[in-house]
Ligand binder design. Structure first.
Ligand SMILES: Cc1cc2nc3c(=O)[nH]c(=O)nc-3n(C[C@H](O)[C@H](O)[C@H](O)COP(=O)(O)O)c2cc1C
Length: 178
């Protein structure tokens, strides 16, 4: 079985598309095809040694499904059990999609939420990303001058996505043993 899983949530499909791109760029038998979180249990996540996990931010800085109804594309069912799960020994790289012009006060906040949840569960993180080149007021995904994972803005900076993705993947790839 593949050692690295790619998991995503999505409302309108942009995060799914990025997850597929990551899968294609990594191009390894050790990486499983992207899985939507709404088809995934905590036990499924724990099958992997490494996880690449992506989410958009929806509502007022919320994880999909936690405070907004987005047709079942949701973290809701598993967030409670995630916090009680043991992810120690697991390596996680996070990526988040958001809209810095539309939501400058809650930019990619769901990325910060995911970080907190998997931190509580004991995971080790890779793939922090500098906040240079983004304009926003506030984000819970920030730790100093770095985001806790890769940040992509398909609404305002889609032209930067390919280069951001390839730079980030070059950083995390060896750390995932790929
Ligand atoms: C109702 C709604 C609320 C949103 N709230 C936020 C937000 O609080 N912070 C943010 O950075 N982006 C926010 N966004 C932007 C989305 O995160 C962004 O468009 C993302 O690319 C959507 O990804 P998806 O197609 O995978 O759902 C919001 C978008 C919608 C439609």
């Amino acid at each position: 079985m593949a050692k690295t899983g790619i998991i995503f949530a999505t409302d309108t499909g942009k995060t799914r598309k990025i997850a597929k791109q990551i899968y294609q760029i990594l191009d390894s038998e050790d990486v499983a095809k992207p899985i939507n979180i709404n088809r995934c249990s905590v036990a499924d996540l724990l099958e992997f040694d490494n996880l690449i996990i992506g989410t958009p931010t929806l509502g007022e800085g919320a994880l999909p499904g936690l405070s907004v109804d987005c047709e079942g594309e949701s973290w809701e069912e598993i967030v409670g059990s995630l916090e009680e799960a043991d992810f120690s020994g697991k390596t996680i790289a996070l990526f988040g999609l958001g809209d810095q012009e539309g939501y400058p006060d809650e930019f990619v906040d769901a990325l910060g939420e995911l970080y907190d949840i998997f931190s509580t569960a004991g995971a080790t993180f890779i793939g922090r990303w500098p906040n240079k080149g983004y304009q926003f007021n506030s984000s819970t995904a920030l730790d100093g001058d770095q985001f806790v994972g890769l940040v992509l803005d398909q609404d305002n900076q889609a032209s930067l996505t390919d280069s951001r993705l390839s730079e980030w993947i070059n950083i995390i790839k060896p750390q995932l043993g790929l």
